[in-house]
Design a protein around this ligand. Structure first.
Ligand code: 13P
Ligand code: SF4
Length: 303
């Protein structure tokens, strides 16, 4: 902490001078989440906050697709990401050309794209979704069949919640696909009363043994509301660290996995980003207009 404190002060001072806002995903490390972020949340909340951002600069502490989404919704603002290499295995699993081929193969079938994708992919889609609104988005078309891409496991999870026939793609999150039902059942056996709380990017057999499944903020909300004696968050490691201090009565059992992309964002890099105004996130205007429509349709969807 003594090493980090000067960074926290410098970032918070510079943020004010530059009229910048820091949006941080729930997977960011505790020193980012608690000490420098203005807004924290899941992908949907960050997209919604990006629309409202009353600042000249947005510093996105998360991965590249999140920063791109903020840029789409704030074309006139400077959007920075502290490390341009912060990618995502789901976003890397599909291209705009793949989506065009899917549209040819399934004419008339709406294409719902998870926000964990590039602007190119969003531009070829009818609407975006996140893990917190995927079922609602899929059902919003009133159609029998919908393509839900690129996360195969999210698509399978949505299929358990709707009568709409879901067609999937074979993308996976490299963090969530590593969890297994066997390891979770072993933790449950060793910890009577344990509540298992999973993200829908987990494989179906993992979701089957979970007591609750939801977006990162949904998972946090569940723990805050139910205050289980012992909780296992089947997701990225920082989630439990970020909420543990507020919930002293909950013991977090932690077989967590790190997201190497999220972990590229650090306090020194955030400071450098604010000092040097880099790395700027840009989207080709021709792609941006169409991608923005897909994100806006999602953000404007009323529940
Ligand atoms: P959430 O929308 O639930 O925050 O998920 C984003 C993500 O990247 C999970 O791996
Ligand atoms: Fe992508 Fe998975 Fe990392 Fe989320 S946790 S950013 S889905 S690789």
């Amino acid at each position: 902490w003594p090493v980090m404190a000067p960074y926290v002060k410098a970032i918070n001072d510079l943020k004010k001078q530059r009229n910048a806002v820091i949006l941080a995903h729930n997977y960011q490390t505790p020193e980012i989440f608690h000490c420098v972020a203005d807004i924290v949340g899941d992908s949907l909340q960050l997209a919604q906050e990006a629309v409202k951002a009353d600042a000249d600069i947005i510093v996105q502490c998360g991965v590249h697709f999140m920063a791109e989404t903020s840029k789409l919704l704030n074309p006139d603002k400077l959007v920075l990401i502290p490390d341009m290499r912060a990618g995502c295995s789901l976003a890397a699993s599909i291209t705009g050309a793949d989506v065009r081929l899917l549209r040819e193969r399934y004419p008339g079938v709406p294409i719902v794209t998870y926000v964990n994708t590039s602007a190119d992919v969003k531009a070829e889609s009818d609407i975006c979704c996140t893990s917190s609104n995927a079922v609602e988005v899929v059902e919003s078309f009133g159609k029998d069949t919908v393509l839900c891409i690129p996360d195969e496991y999210l698509a399978k999870y949505v299929q358990t919640k709707t009568d709409v026939k879901i067609l999937a793609w074979k993308g996976h999150c490299e963090v969530h696909e590593r969890f297994t039902a066997e390891e979770l059942l072993a933790y449950r056996e060793a910890n009577p009363g344990l509540e298992i709380i999973a993200h829908p990017e987990c494989p179906p057999e993992v979701i089957k043994v979970a007591d609750f499944t939801g977006s990162t903020s949904g998972m946090i909300g569940y723990v805050r509301e139910n205050k289980p004696r012992k909780a296992l968050l089947v997701t990225e490691c920082s989630m439990a660290s970020n909420i543990a201090a507020d919930l002293p009565g909950v013991e977090f059992i932690r077989p967590c996995n790190l997201c190497p992309h999220m972990k590229r964002i650090t306090l020194p890099k955030i400071l450098e980003s604010l000092v040097e105004l880099k790395d700027e996130v840009t989207v080709d205007p021709l792609v941006a207009d169409r991608a923005r429509q897909a994100v806006e349709r999602m953000v404007n969807l009323k529940s």
